[in-house]
Design a protein around this ligand. Structure first.
Ligand code: F0G
Length: 473
């Protein structure tokens, strides 16, 4: 394999298993220009125009590069309203991958969640998961139900190097099923666990979870956005899987569930799209009957025929061992170099992103000075890198009296788009993070000056708190 070398050989540099035939220029601004950009954006990186960003690590969702085979597939797109050939190619690809009989296309992952919960979740019910992604939680809460996160203990410890930090706490789940079983319509599991750092769910955990759900008569659904990265991490880490192909491991994961929601913007290697795949034909019919109102006819689900073809091809390419090996090697490379330089980074390396622990990076800042936001701004000022705060700006909770409570962690996510940046871009990222780390003592906190009522991280405006004030608190 391209990036695996015997321990005795001098390792070769990591190389991308592709060559480039189409380029997209990026431009570097001066520090003074970046200061002005941030000022105009109210120090919120979501408000920064993409052309003012040098390396964009805001998300790995829909930001990847398609292959020449995917671009060729676009030309085969059949734009018929009903029963397009593109739909049958898409359905075949999903069935080959998952074994799930009913593949329902959607415009992205959250639409699949909306359809699934719309068909089976009622007011007052409870939906457990290892950790629900924001949109999954929002779709459950929108039904008047409760989204319950039950991550394993190691998943909450940013310093733990446990290999399967995405696992679910099955003791807690069993307790919830015994106490509230009648209120639980289904169980979800997210692999990899995005909120927990792109950490994998082991096949052993998934197997035990599947048995537990069966014993309690509850259907189990996989949030499969990053199924291929999960399969690759299991191949590397889980006993007995080293000789299995990523496709076989992915298939073993899907065999344990009753259905999945999928954002093809991640491991579908597409720029848009998703699907809901189900075993239960009656449930699929219920979903298909409803989706015409909001998504479109069931054979296109809000996508164009060419999108369905790009996804069908992406689902095949994403499981190529050379691709997965390179993807993980390049993320691990950044994590290892940052850790060696003393930068607090979440271990072990996850599947799609590098997570900095901003609370340990900037210990002079209390949570009300939003260290994750302060660090993300600093990475932009230092080197034009756009990352995303995953801390008390995004995830603050409120107590019964409405007072703000801190998030569990103050993290900054550097999400790596698929097949988009090169190793030299990764070296640049490492150097910029190190430079900020070297002058971390002078980094000031931020305060919120304006915020929308919901999902405030997208629209809030911030002001820098003077360094001497933050040093005193
Ligand atoms: N589930 C997980 C685990 C996700 O990470 C996402 C999206 C979704 C569902 C929703 O999919 O965006 O296609 O509607 N995550 C993106 C991110 C937005 O940046 O992590 P979608």
């Amino acid at each position: 394999m391209l990036n695996q070398h015997p321990a005795t050989a001098r390792p070769l540099p990591i190389i991308e298993p592709f060559r480039i035939k189409c380029v997209d220029p990026i431009r570097v601004l001066s520090r003074a220009e970046r200061e002005r950009v941030l000022e105009r954006a109210g120090s919120n990186l979501f408000r920064v125009p993409a052309r003012d960003v040098l390396i964009d690590l805001l998300t790995d969702s829909g930001t990847g590069a398609m292959s020449s085979e995917q671009w060729a597939a676009l030309m085969r797109g059949d734009e018929s309203y009903a029963g397009a050939q593109s739909y049958y190619r898409f359905q075949h690809a999903v069935h080959e991958l998952t074994g799930l009989e009913h593949a329902i296309p959607t415009h992205q992952g959250r639409a699949a969640e909306f359809l699934l919960f719309g068909a089976c979740v009622q007011r007052g019910q409870l939906v457990p998961s290892n950790t629900h992604f924001d949109t999954t939680r929002a779709n459950i809460e929108d039904r008047g139900a409760i989204a319950l996160d039950l991550p394993c203990a190691e998943g909450l410890d940013t310093a733990s190097s446990h290999p399967f930090k995405g696992d679910m706490d099955l003791v807690a789940l069993e307790r919830a099923l015994v106490e509230h079983g009648a209120r639980v319509p289904l169980v979800m599991i997210t692999a990899t666990n995005n909120a927990g750092g792109g950490q994998p769910v082991s096949l052993a955990n998934l197997r035990a979870l599947s048995q537990l759900c069966r014993r309690h008569g509850k259907p189990l659904f996989l949030d499969a956005c990053r199924f291929a990265e999960n399969a690759w991490l299991l191949k590397l880490r889980e006993e007995g899987l080293a000789a299995r192909t990523p496709r076989e491991i992915a298939r073993a994961m899907f065999e344990l569930v009753d259905g999945c929601t999928m954002s093809a913007k991640k491991d579908g290697l597409a720029n848009i799209g998703g699907f809901l795949a189900l075993r239960d034909g009656a449930l699929a019919e219920r979903v298909r009957a409803r989706m015409v109102v909001t998504e479109g006819f069931p054979t296109y689900g809000g996508l164009s025929g060419r999108d369905l073809d790009a996804i069908a091809q992406g689902l095949v390419e994403v499981l190529e061992p050379d691709y997965l090996d390179y993807r993980h090697a390049s993320i691990r490379y950044v994590v290892d170099r940052l850790a060696a330089a003393g930068v607090p980074v979440v271990q072990p390396a996850g599947g799609h992103a590098i997570f900095l622990d901003a609370a340990r990076f900037l210990p002079q800042l209390g949570w009300r000075e939003y260290p994750g936001q302060a660090l993300a701004l600093e990475l932009y000022l230092e080197g034009g890198i756009r990352a995303c705060e995953v801390g008390s700006v995004m995830l603050a909770r409120r107590d019964a009296a409405g007072a703000e409570l801190p998030a569990r962690h103050e993290l900054v996510r550097l999400a790596v788009p698929r097949r988009t940046y090169t190793q030299s871009h990764m070296d640049y990222v490492i150097e910029i993070v190190r430079r900020v780390h070297e002058r971390r003592g002078s980094v000031a906190g931020v305060r919120i000056v304006e915020q929308p009522a919901v999902l405030r991280h997208f629209g809030a405006r911030f002001a820098r708190v003077r360094a001497e004030i933050s040093a005193a608190t």
